[in-house]
Design a protein around this ligand. Structure first.
Ligand SMILES: C[S@@+](CC[C@H](N)C(=O)[O-])C[C@H]1O[C@@H](n2cnc3c(N)ncnc32)[C@H](O)[C@@H]1O
Length: 336
């Protein structure tokens, strides 16, 4: 996403406001499971309408719009699916990202309630006790979104001096597993809720390096850190909580660091400098407003300051190679 999206003229304003149209077209394509139904074949609107039990007029208009996005290609009066739709968006493909698609798709309705959340400062629904089925599906979605960046991060992050790593709020363990793959003597643990760990176990089971992974069920705030570690890896967790909660968590983690250990924090940071993705980071804060009681997005400088107040005096920002890693490829490090 572009770092800046200036709205200075009515034309700019219209473009931004109307961006929802394309997003709605994609949401409808997912509702109809168009990419799965189309598979590898070419379809006329009439034949596809028959298959989807939908109107020929509606299907023809949606197909035409999907073609303009590049998701479909046209041959005469027929349409076929391009690579993205044949892989990540097709239920019958091994690369299908179903859990992640469900997660983003569900948000379509949720964002319509943003004004309520802005008025109250509260999430749109208070889901009470965490539903294990939802938690498992969310964890699969996290795995699907994190596989690519995890490989890139693990290839660049130097963990040579570490024997042990705790993946704090590690969910599916996507990052922990990549770190294990790249560091043959490392042992890692995931600290998260039980339903998330069940997904992590399923993912790690067929993997050789998965044997060096341990599972610590628990709550980051209600329970103690499960042991002492050389590295605390905190990826995409910070944005769920308030500054005060994050400082509390950092204090806990710092006490559980082995001598010479470090905390590494990955998230979508406001970098307060040009070229960084403020637009995405600010929009992600909206997601946190809609779905969490206290979450937000923060600047890397704020996070370094919080680390310092917990006694981690040596802090810095690690920048991965341009275009690699999660978000903007920035990782904040704090050492004793
Ligand atoms: C956005 S996911 C990030 C997963 C993974 N670290 C990654 O970057 O792909 C946040 C994770 O934090 C976990 N989490 C959030 N609050 C927690 C809490 N209070 N106790 C334990 N885990 C928590 C969630 O279950 C989820 O797995």
């Amino acid at each position: 996403m572009d770092a800046q999206l200036p709205v200075r003229t009515m034309d700019d304003f219209r473009d931004v406001v109307y961006n929802f149209r394309l997003s709605r077209v994609l949401a409808t394509a997912l509702d109809l499971d168009i990419f799965t139904h189309m598979g590898q074949r070419f379809w006329t609107p009439k034949a596809l309408a028959g298959r989807l039990t939908a109107s020929e007029r509606g299907v023809e208009i949606i197909l035409r719009n999907l073609e303009t996005t590049g998701l479909l290609k046209r041959r005469g009066a027929s349409y076929g699916v391009e690579k993205l739709g044949r892989t990540y968006l097709n239920r019958n493909s091994p690369a299908y990202q179903g859990a992640y698609l469900d997660l983003v798709h569900r948000q379509w309705e949720d964002w319509a309630h943003l004004t309520d959340s802005v008025r109250t400062g509260k999430p749109i629904e208070d889901d009470g006790p965490d539903d294990p089925d939802y938690r498992r599906s969310f964890t699969w979605a996290m795995h699907q979104r994190s596989i690519r960046p995890a490989k890139q991060v693990a290839a660049q992050l130097d963990l040579n001096n570490a024997q042990t790593l705790l993946d704090v709020g590690g969910g599916p363990g996507t990052y922990a597993l990549e770190f294990l793959k790249h560091n043959s003597t490392l042992r890692a643990g995931i600290w998260d809720r039980q339903p998330a760990l069940e997904v992590a176990q399923e993912i790690a089971k067929p993997l050789r390096h998965g044997k060096r992974l341990s599972y610590y069920p628990g709550d980051l705030f209600d329970n103690s850190v499960p042991g002492k570690f050389d590295v605390m890896w905190v990826s995409n967790v910070l944005h769920i909580f308030s500054p005060a909660e994050n400082k509390t968590l950092f204090k806990k983690l710092k006490r559980a660091l082995n001598p010479g250990g470090r905390i590494l924090i990955q998230d979508t940071f406001l970098m307060n400098r040009p070229g960084c993705d403020a637009l995405e980071t600010n929009l992600f804060a909206v997601t946190m407003l809609l779905f969490t009681p206290t979450g937000n997005t923060y600047s890397a400088q704020d996070v370094q300051q919080w680390l310092k107040t917990t006694g981690l005096k040596k802090t810095r920002c690690l920048q991965l190679k341009k275009g690699t890693g999660d978000w903007d490829g920035v990782i904040v490090e704090g050492r004793v």
